[in-house]
Design a protein around this ligand. Structure first.
Ligand code: FES
Length: 83
């Protein structure tokens, strides 16, 4: 993995799907595109994180966000990238 890039991983398990991970993927992709960050991240899906009751689960760098609203995830990304 490129150490200069931020890894963003979203759980694609069925419980997180039921909690809106598909929409969250779109929200994150749109945010990355609008802010010209696509080359600075590795964004991918993963199997269940084992935290199904708290989804949608998203890892940004070494931080795991649980049950975050779209706004909370975007605010976290803004802080992470100093926007
Ligand atoms: S399905 Fe996402 S943490 Fe288990």
């Amino acid at each position: 993995m490129n150490v200069n890039k931020t890894e963003i991983t979203i759980c694609l398990g069925s419980s997180c799907f039921a909690r809106g991970n598909k929409k969250m993927v779109q929200v994150i992709q749109q945010f990355l595109k609008q802010n010209f960050l696509e080359d600075r991240v590795i964004f991918h899906g993963a199997h269940c994180f084992g935290e199904c009751g708290e989804g949608p689960s998203i890892r940004i760098g070494d931080q795991t966000l649980r049950s975050g609203s779209e706004e909370e995830v975007i605010n976290y990304l803004k802080n992470h990238f100093d926007l």
